[in-house]
Ligand binder design. Structure first.
Ligand code: SF4
Length: 636
């Protein structure tokens, strides 16, 4: 199918989707649909920024489902969270599939594919913590009633899917009835024929379009192509998050206590040599205790030799557990092998060129030190496994920073090959709907931010708007200080992120027009409240990444080594992206009006401020406190 045909059919199908959903045509959405159709037909990668209000999922699903209907090739959609996967499969994809069937006469089967631990594990239901080998963070945790209810539900449910559980389940309880892909013993499992995650995977493999998440895509990028069937193209939504998700997924970790747990399981196998592994775990623990928490630039001799000892002991254990006698021993052998594979992954990362890896020492809640190793750059991997092999569309509301696409090109690696770049804008009119206020009269944020003047400014803004304020803070300490201050000085309901789960708080914020919601980084992306319940968004400071974050510190060193500007590459560009995400919480609907207030005067006084302002929607901008407060009073 050539470009013109796919574009024409996409236009037709998009009209039908809009008719069926009762919406109205938007030129930005049409432009996006046409660009994605061209990309798919010409097999050319595309980066497309589509602002809030465009309806981007329908914008890309329409040509993607058409392409599937006409080519019979499998396509993938990957988004950042399970919630977005749900939204696509329950609302947008069925509407698009219906329109595509009307246009082509062909039905398209869209299925969701989630990670293994989103489903009940029958082995765990039967064996409890005994079936858990590697991650025992929640084993023996409270919630016995919930776990009992889950066991009962497991006997009668069809899917075993966490989303289908008809009652509320805490993460701790769920952890007690599920396993990660790594912990699954696969063919050795006596419940394999009735395994929930395996059945879900099989169902997804029969689909024409698979809707998955970044984490699973990252598993594929990390060298596991079998996680998906052969596919043609992939659309990656919320693509501004992709590189960090891939790095998180690719981070190998090793805890001495987990090695000991593995050794304990292995001890039941005769002549396993588990004692050697246990000794190695103690050696590793001692070596880690001598290392400071954080980035480890030079590997100490003790740590290197302890890692070698773990490697030797795990190899020796593997060579001794070749055969298994009886079904019970077979399960134990499979569990030990799964544990050894995890050690192999860490050793593989450890043996790579140190300059290309980030090595840091973490500390768990119970003060145990552990090893983390992550790739310094994920772009080569993303390019070689994805962008150079499959037509890829990257999309998000925030992909261009400072007015260009350099950041996403550099961070994801899509710029290593041919690619088109497009910003379809937003149907909103930011210059008329929103004001960007920079409190230029305040001092630069210091250690004890927010200071008295900043808190007074926050209070004045909130009083002018009569509430309806979303406060996005860059640290818990600052968020807590602002919450306490507003609770003391106003009668308004002030919701604080630590008081409840985020969806419940956001719902309360939405329903109570004059309430305020205050939180930290997860709210910068996760709040979608159209209407006047959110008429003031306050950002306390420029969200520069923390320089003591080991990944940030390693990236800064690498940029400096290569003679590039570490400030621009590692600090400014990610801060601009986060700022755009935060400020983007204001306008969520065509009738929304309001103010984005930034209490960090550096946006106005520093040279890089212009770059940051260029990363935001083109709001009407002001530094005049009185003018802005007058506007807020009109919205109150
Ligand atoms: S195959 Fe894996 S996930 Fe399925 S029941 Fe067995 S251990 Fe659990």
């Amino acid at each position: 199918m050539n470009k013109d045909e796919l574009q024409q059919l996409s236009e037709e199908a998009l009209k039908k989707v809009i008719e069926n959903l009762g919406g109205s045509a938007r030129s930005n959405q049409q432009e996006m649909t046409q660009a994605v159709a061209k990309s798919l037909a010409e097999k050319r990668n595309l980066v497309v920024q589509a602002g809030t209000g465009v309806g981007k999922s329908i914008g890309y699903l329409t040509p993607l489902l058409l392409r599937t209907a006409l080519s019979e090739q499998v396509q993938i959609v990957a988004t950042s969270s399970l919630a977005l996967q749900r939204q696509i499969t329950s609302r947008d994809a069925p509407a698009v599939a219906e329109a595509v069937e009307e246009v082509t006469g062909k039905a398209v089967n869209v299925q969701v594919l989630k990670g293994w631990s989103n489903y009940l594990c029958r082995l765990r239901l039967n064996q409890g913590d005994d079936a858990l080998l590697w991650d025992d963070a929640y084993s023996g945790a409270t919630g016995a009633e919930e776990v009992a209810a889950l066991r009962e539900w497991g006997l009668e449910c069809e899917s075993g899917d966490k989303d289908d559980v008809p009652f509320k389940v805490s993460p701790a309880s769920w952890r007690q009835v599920s396993v990660s892909r790594r912990e699954c013993i696969g063919r050795a499992c006596p419940f394999l024929d009735e395994c929930f995650p395996a059945a879900a995977k099989e169902k997804a493999f029969d689909a024409d379009v698979i809707v998955t998440n970044h984490a699973l895509l990252a598993v594929m990028v990390g060298g596991n192509p079998e996680i998906f069937p052969d596919f043609d193209a992939v659309v990656i939504d919320e693509a501004h998050d992709l590189a960090s998700r891939v790095r998180t997924q690719g981070t190998a970790q090793l805890w001495p206590s987990q090695i000991r747990r593995l050794a304990r399981v292995a001890r039941s196998l005769s002549r396993s040599g588990a004692g050697e592994l246990e000794d190695a775990s103690h050696r590793l623990e001692a070596a880690l205790d001598d290392c400071a928490e954080g980035l480890l630039v030079i590997r100490t001799e003790e740590l290197s030799s302890a890692m070698m000892a773990v490697d030797d002991a795990s190899r020796s254990l593997r060579s001794r557990i070749k055969g298994a006698k009886g079904a019970t021993e077979e399960i134990t052998v499979a569990r030990v092998r799964a544990g050894l594979e995890s050690i192999d992954e860490v050793m593989d990362a450890w043996s790579r060129e140190p300059e290309q890896m980030i090595l840091w020492i973490g500390k768990s809640r119970n003060d145990e030190r552990y090893v983390n190793i992550a790739p310094l750059a994920v772009s080569p991997q993303l390019y070689s496994t994805l962008f150079s092999r499959h037509t890829t569309v990257l999309t998000s509301a925030t992909l261009s920073v400072g007015g260009n696409f350099e950041q996403i090109k550099w961070a994801s690696g899509i710029g290593r090959g041919e690619c088109d770049y497009l910003d379809v804008g937003t149907p909103f009119d930011p210059g008329k709907q929103g004001i960007l206020y920079v409190a230029a009269h305040l001092a630069d944020p210091g250690r004890d931010w927010p200071d008295d003047q900043a808190l007074a400014e926050l209070l004045a803004l909130v009083e002018a708007s009569g509430g309806g304020m979303l406060g996005l803070f860059s640290s818990w300490r600052a968020a807590e200080a602002a919450t306490e201050f507003l609770r003391e000085k106003t009668e308004l309901t002030v919701l604080f992120q630590r008081d409840d789960n985020v969806p419940a708080l956001v719902e309360e914020f939405r329903l109570d027009r004059d309430s305020c919601l205050i939180g930290t980084m997860s709210l910068w992306q996760g709040v979608d409240v159209p209407g006047d319940s959110c008429r003031l968004v306050v950002l306390d400071r420029i969200p520069f990444p923390r320089p003591d974050d080991p990944i940030v510190a390693a990236q800064q060193r690498a940029a400096e080594r290569a003679g590039r500007s570490s400030f621009h590459e590692v600090s400014l560009a990610p801060a601009a992206l986060a700022l755009a995400q935060g400020a983007g919480r204001l306008l969520r609907g065509m009738d929304d009006r309001g103010v984005v207030a930034i209490l960090d005067s550096r946006i106005h006084t520093r040279r890089y401020g212009q770059y940051l302002r260029n990363s935001l929607l083109p709001y009407w901008t002001s530094t005049h406190s009185d003018t802005v407060k007058a506007a807020l009073r009109r919205l109150a």
